[in-house]
Design a protein around this ligand. Structure first.
Ligand code: NI
Length: 257
């Protein structure tokens, strides 16, 4: 069975067939799904999905590109949502300097990232970190908030193998998805080769990041079998072992039996 640790089934690209697809996935080889909120509406929608499906859990957080919608009142609302019994993580939170390059916006991102890390500490929840073009500052904020005391995953990992080892030293897992199947994904393939399987989580980021041979199309959790196969090939082990160990990893991190 495959534990899907990061998907966005609340996305409008699933409006047409959401329930049919989820029922199909959960009746197949997907044992659990964490639906990750990226904005306030996404948090509410993720919790609604988790309430509807026993095997779906929610993560509550505001993505760095969505922080403009946050203020003290909304942050309080987020905190209340995060106390829901099916919320298993704060996420996705972090830094994304790919689109936002203005110093003031970057500073804002760092502040809300730190605040949401502190929220995770307060509620004893792990974090799901999104970090793009911001490796150094991500590490800096994590050190400032003593992130080694807060368990979590660096999702859709895109930095060097060396950096991955730094995150692992802080106790973090590395989220691996469709990108690992791309021909030009040299860095991620090296990372997977060099880090222990016990630190890898499987994730789609659906509807984004579909693996080969579905690259460019709408992603879904069943495609994780291509990701698992690629990891197995890189590590010279069986697909079953990849699925089993990454499932155990997810259960350990998110506290799901
Ligand atoms: Ni995501």
């Amino acid at each position: 069975m495959i534990f899907e640790t990061h998907a966005h089934y609340d996305d409008e690209r699933f409006d047409e067939d959401r329930d049919t697809l989820l029922e199909e996935l959960l009746a197949g080889n997907i044992c659990n799904i964490i639906n990750v909120g990226a904005a306030l509406k996404g948090v509410a929608d993720s919790i609604a999905l988790a309430e509807k499906y026993e095997k779906i859990y929610a993560a509550a957080g505001v993505h760095p590109s969505e922080i403009a919608e946050l203020d003290e009142e909304k942050f309080q609302w987020l905190k209340e949502q995060a106390k829901h019994e099916k919320v298993v993580a704060i996420g996705e939170i972090g830094l994304d300097y790919y689109w936002d390059k203005e110093p003031e916006i970057k500073q804002n991102q760092r502040e809300w990232f730190a605040r949401q890390m502190e929220l995770a500490r307060e509620l004893h929840l792990p974090v799901i970190i999104h970090s793009r073009d911001a490796a150094e500052d991500t590490m800096k904020v994590m050190k400032e908030v003593c992130a080694q005391e807060i368990p979590g995953v660096v999702h859709c990992y895109s930095y060097s193998p060396e950096m991955a080892k730094e995150f692992i030293k802080m106790g973090y897992y590395i989220g691996v998805g469709g990108v690992v199947t791309f021909k030009n994904a040299k860095k991620l393939k090296e990372t997977v080769e060099q880090i222990p399987l016990e630190k890898i989580l499987l994730e789609t980021d659906a509807p984004y990041m579909a693996p080969e041979p579905h690259r460019g199309k709408r992603n879904e959790s069943s495609y994780l079998s291509f990701v698992a196969a690629q990891i197995a090939a890189l590590k010279g082990i069986t697909v079953e072992e990849v699925e089993r160990v990454t499932e155990e990893n997810a259960r350990r991190l998110f506290g799901i039996k």
